[in-house]
Design a protein around this ligand. Structure first.
Ligand code: BGC
Length: 767
C-alpha cells in the first residue's frame, strides 16, 4: 500500500505546488465560517466521525419497512452520531407528506441527541423521481436533444421546489458523465456525448437547483451533487462500474469540463465515480479529488462516495486489504462523506484510524468542516425542517413544461413523406413499448429500476395517446417484456403471428420498440443490437407492404441498421417521461412540429461505435478496402441530426475578424431562414475544426448552440460570442494550448476560415 501512496503524493505535490492558489470556486462567507468553527470546536472525536458517514434509510426502518423504528434511530443518531441519511423506504416513492414526516422525525432526534442537523440526500434525477405526486420531466438525454438550455433550468426549478416541499435539502443531480459509449447502461442519465452541451445544460440545472447564492440556500432550493466525478461514462467493457482508460489530456479537456463549469457555478457537493481511471479507483484518487478540485479550484465543498464504494476498494478493487485501510485511503485521497450504506460501525473505524494516526486530525477536521459548511449553507442549523407553503407543488405549469420538453426532445430521424399521419388513417400500433409508462420513463422513476405503470397510471402510454388523438387505432403488441425488475431483457415473442394478422387491415403501422426500463449495473447487456424478437417483429410486418413508422423508446441507441431500410419513418423518443406519449401523438399528427436533434452519435455497426468528435484516422475504409482519409464516419445518424416538418436554409456565415489572438472574442453570425410552410424550431449548432495541431485534432467540436423559432419565410440572425480560448486544447504535457494556424468554423453546412496568429500555452491548469 505504501508503494502506491507515495508516488501519488509526489505527483499531487507537483500539480499543487506549481499552481498559484486560485480565487475560491465558492466565495467564503464569514458568518458561515464562524458558525462552522463554533460547532466544530465543541465536537468530540466520535461526533466528528459520525458526521462523515451517510447511511441508507433501511438501517432505520421497522419491520413494516414503512416507518422508522425509534430504537434504531436512537442508536444510529445517539450512539453513532451519523450525519446523513439517503434514499427511500422500501425502494419506492412516497408522498410528499410521508417523506416530510420521515425526515422531520430524523431531524428532531438529531437536534435532540447531538445538536447537529442531519442532512437527507435523495436521487431526484428527472424531477421529483421519488415523490408519488411529484413532477417528472424527460430524462437528461432528452433535455440534451432539445438543445434548449431553458429545459435544464425549468426542470431544476421544479425539482428544487418539490424536493424542498418534501423536506429534502440535497439531491444527487445533475448527472455529468459524458454519454460517449452506447453500450453503457447509464447513457440516458447524461445530456449526451458532448462536453460543451453537457456543461451548458448541467450549469443551468445547477444554478436552478441551488439558486443564486450557494452560501445561503433558501427554502425553495437544494444543494446539488454533481455526479459521478469523473470519467464514469466510458468503461472499457461498456459495462457499468468497470475500469476506464482515459488519456490525461482527454480527461481534462473533455471529462472534467462539465464538472469545472458547475464547480465554478457554485456546486456544493459531488459524488465520486464508482469505478476507476487508468487503474486508480476514483475513490482513492488524490490527484483528482484533492489536486484537481479542492486545490486547483480552491473548492470548499464536499465529496461523497457512491454506494458502498469504500468497501469496493478492498472487496472489488483490491487496493486495500480491509475496511479500515480502505477508509484511510479514501479519506486521505479527499473523500469527505462515506455513503456506507448499511454499516454504522464505519463511524467507529474512523475514530480508530484517527487515534492510530492513519487519518490526521487536520484531515478529519477539514472533512467535518465541509459537512458542517454544507449544513450551514443550507440553513439546516436554523431550520432543521421548515414550514413554508409550497402551493405550486405538482402544478400545471410543471406539467406543461414536461410536455413541452418531450415535444422538443423527440427526434425525427427519417420521413419519406408518411408523416404527419392523417387522423382518419387506420393505424395499427404494436411493439413492447407501445403500452408502457415504465418504458417511457426509464429508471429512477418512482423506483430505482423504474415503475411508472404502478405509480402513475393516470398518464397516457403511446397507445393511449394515439387512441385519444386518432380515430382508428388497433393494437397487438407482438412482443412483450418480462416486467420483473432486473429481468428487463427477457421477452415473450409468442404473439408475433397474432400481430402480423392484426396488422393486415391497417393503412400504417406504428411499431414501438426499444428497451424496458433499467438502471445502473442491471442495465448491462452483451449485444447493442435491438433484440432479435423486436427485429423479427419489424421484419415480419415489413412483408405486409404497409408503411412502418418505427418509434424507438430506449435509453441508448440500439443498433437497427438492418431494419431501418424497412421503415418509412423513424422517431427516437428516448425516455420522454409521463407526457412522452402525448407529445408523440401531437408530433405524429402534425399538431406539433419536431425540433429535437440527437445529442449522441447513433451508430450503425457494432465495431464502429464512435463519437462525432473522432479523429480523421478513425474514418471508415472504402468498400474496396483502400484508405480514404476524406471519408466520413459511417453512422446511422450523426450527432446533431434531426428533421422537421419544415425546412431551414443557412446563409451568410460571418466571423468578426479573419484572424485572432488568444485573448480575442470572435463574433460569429449566421442567417437562418424557415423555407418551408410550417412554423418550426431549429437548434443552430456552431462547430470548430483545428486544421493542424501538435496533437491529432478532433474532426470538429461543438462550440455554441441556440434554439430559435421561425415562422414560414422568416429569417433570424444568430450570433455567437466565441472566446478564442474556447478553441484551445490540452496538449500532451497536460497544459492548455492554442496554436497558431487555421481554424474552420462551421454551421448548418456552411464554413468560414479564420486564422490564429499566436501560440499560447497556459500555465494554470484551468482556463
Ligand atoms: C448510484 C448513484 C446514486 C446512489 C445513491 C448509486 O448506486 O450510482 O448514482 O446516487 O446509488 O442512490
Amino acid at each position: 500500500m505504501k508503494k502506491y501512496l507515495l508516488p501519488l503524493a509526489a505527483m499531487l505535490c507537483t500539480v499543487a505546488c506549481n499552481a498559484p492558489k486560485p480565487s475560491p470556486a465558492i466565495p467564503a462567507d464569514k458568518a458561515v465560517e464562524a458558525k462552522v468553527e463554533s460547532v466544530l470546536k465543541k465536537m468530540s472525536l466520535e461526533e466528528k466521525a459520525g458526521q462523515l458517514v451517510q447511511l441508507n434509510i433501511s438501517v432505520l426502518e421497522d419491520d413494516t419497512h414503512e416507518a422508522i423504528d425509534p430504537a434504531k434511530l436512537e442508536v444510529i443518531i445517539g450512539q453513532y452520531k451519523v450525519g446523513s441519511i439517503l434514499n427511500v423506504m422500501h425502494d419506492a416513492a412516497h408522498s410528499r407528506e410521508e417523506t416530510a414526516a420521515m425526515i422531520r422525525q430524523i431531524q428532531e432526534k438529531s437536534m435532540e441527541l447531538i445538536g447537529i442537523p442531519c442532512i437527507y440526500g435523495m436521487d431526484m434525477i428527472h424531477g421529483a423521481s421519488y415523490l408519488t405526486e411529484g413532477s417528472l420531466f424527460p430524462q437528461e438525454i432528452n433535455l440534451g436533444a432539445t438543445f434548449n438550455r431553458g429545459y435544464a433550468k425549468w426542470m431544476g426549478d421544479a425539482m428544487a421546489y418539490e424536493s424542498r416541499a418534501a423536506q429534502v435539502p440535497w439531491v444527487f443531480s445533475p448527472v455529468m458523465d459524458l454519454g460517449r459509449d452506447p453500450r453503457w447502461p447509464r447513457l440516458w442519465e447524461s445530456f449526451g456525448e458532448d462536453p460543451y452541451l453537457q456543461a451548458e445544460m448541467a450549469r443551468e440545472e445547477t444554478l436552478a437547483l441551488q439558486g443564486a447564492d450557494p452560501n445561503h440556500i433558501d427554502a425553495y432550493h437544494v444543494a446539488v451533487s454533481l455526479k459521478h466525478f469523473m470519467g464514469y461514462g466510458v468503461p472499457h467493457t461498456g459495462k457499468d462500474r468497470t475500469p476506464a482508460y482515459i488519456a490525461e489530456n482527454d480527461l481534462r479537456e473533455k471529462y472534467f469540463a462539465p464538472f469545472l463549469e458547475c464547480f465554478r457555478a457554485g456546486a456544493l457537493t459531488a459524488m465520486v465515480n464508482s469505478a476507476s481511471i487508468n487503474g486508480v479507483p476514483t475513490h482513492a484518487n488524490a490527484i483528482l479529488l484533492t489536486g484537481w478540485v479542492k486545490e486547483q479550484l480552491n473548492w470548499d465543498g464536499l465529496f461523497v462516495t457512491d454506494w458502498a464504494d469504500i468497501d469496493n476498494l478492498f472487496v472489488r478493487d483490491h487496493v486495500a486489504a480491509d475496511k479500515k485501510e480502505a477508509l484511510a485511503l479514501g479519506i486521505n485521497a479527499g473523500i469527505d462523506m462515506i455513503m456506507d450504506p448499511y454499516d454504522p460501525t464505519c463511524c467507529t473505524a474512523i475514530v480508530e484510524l484517527v487515534k492510530e494516526g492513519k487519518i490526521s486530525k487536520a484531515r478529519l477536521d477539514d472533512a467535518v468542516r465541509r459537512v458542517l459548511r454544507l449544513k450551514v449553507r443550507l440553513g439546516l442549523f436554523d431550520n432543521p425542517v421548515w414550514d413554508n407553503e409550497y402551493p405550486d407543488y405538482a402544478c400545471d405549469k410543471f406539467a406543461q413544461t414536461s410536455y413541452a420538453a418531450a415535444v422538443e426532445s423527440e427526434v425525427l430521424l427519417k420521413n419519406n413523406g408518411i408523416l404527419p399521419l392523417n387522423e382518419r388513417a387506420k393505424i395499427f400500433v404494436t411493439g413492447p413499448n407501445a403500452n408502457s409508462l415504465r418504458a417511457l420513463n426509464g429508471g429512477w422513476s418512482y423506483r430505482w429500476q423504474g415503475s411508472a405503470d404502478e405509480f402513475a397510471p393516470q398518464y397516457n402510454t403511446i397507445l393511449e395517446a394515439l387512441q385519444a388523438r386518432f380515430l382508428h387505432v388497433t393494437y397487438e403488441p407482438g412482443v412483450v417484456y418480462d416486467e420483473t425488475p432486473m429481468a428487463w431483457q427477457n421477452e415473450d415473442a409468442s404473439g408475433l403471428s397474432k400481430a402480423f394478422a392484426a396488422a393486415r387491415g391497417a393503412d400504417v403501422i406504428v411499431a414501438c420498440v426499444g428497451e424496458n426500463s433499467y438502471c445502473e449495473t442491471p442495465g448491462n447487456m452483451d449485444d447493442l443490437n435491438l433484440s432479435a424478437h423486436q427485429k423479427a417483429l419489424v421484419r415480419g410486418l415489413a412483408t405486409l407492404g404497409k408503411p412502418i413508422v418505427l418509434v424507438l423508446n430506449e435509453g441508448r441507441p440500439r443498433l437497427i441498421g438492418d431494419i431501418e431500410p424497412l421503415c418509412a419513418a423513424v422517431v427516437d423518443v428516448m425516455l420522454p417521461s409521463n407526457y412522452g406519449g402525448d407529445a408523440l401523438a401531437s408530433l405524429l399528427s402534425g399538431d406539433e412540429n419536431f425540433s429535437g436533434k440527437l445529442p449522441f452519435t447513433y451508430s450503425k455497426h457494432i465495431n464502429a461505435l464512435h463519437t462525432y468528435d473522432y479523429k480523421v484516422s478513425e474514418h471508415r475504409e472504402t468498400m474496396e478496402g483502400s484508405y480514404n482519409y476524406d471519408a466520413v464516419m459511417d453512422v446511422q445518424w450523426p450527432f446533431g441530426y434531426g428533421l422537421s416538418y419544415t425546412t431551414f436554409a443557412y446563409s451568410n456565415l460571418q466571423v468578426s475578424a479573419d484572424s485572432f489572438k488568444s485573448s480575442d472574442v470572435l463574433r460569429v453570425s449566421v442567417d437562418v431562414t424557415n423555407t418551408g410552410k410550417r412554423t418550426g424550431k431549429e437548434a443552430v449548432l456552431l462547430y470548430s475544426s483545428d486544421l493542424v495541431a501538435s496533437l491529432i485534432p478532433d474532426v470538429k467540436r461543438l462550440r455554441g448552440f441556440e434554439k430559435i423559432e421561425l415562422q414560414p419565410g422568416e429569417t433570424h440572425t444568430v450570433t455567437f460570442e466565441l472566446p478564442a480560448s474556447a478553441l484551445a486544447f490540452v496538449g500532451a504535457d497536460g497544459k492548455w494550448r492554442l496554436e497558431a494556424g487555421d481554424f474552420r468554423l462551421s454551421c448548418g453546412g456552411l464554413g468560414v476560415m479564420v486564422k490564429c496568429t499566436e501560440t499560447k500555452v497556459w500555465e494554470t491548469p484551468n482556463i
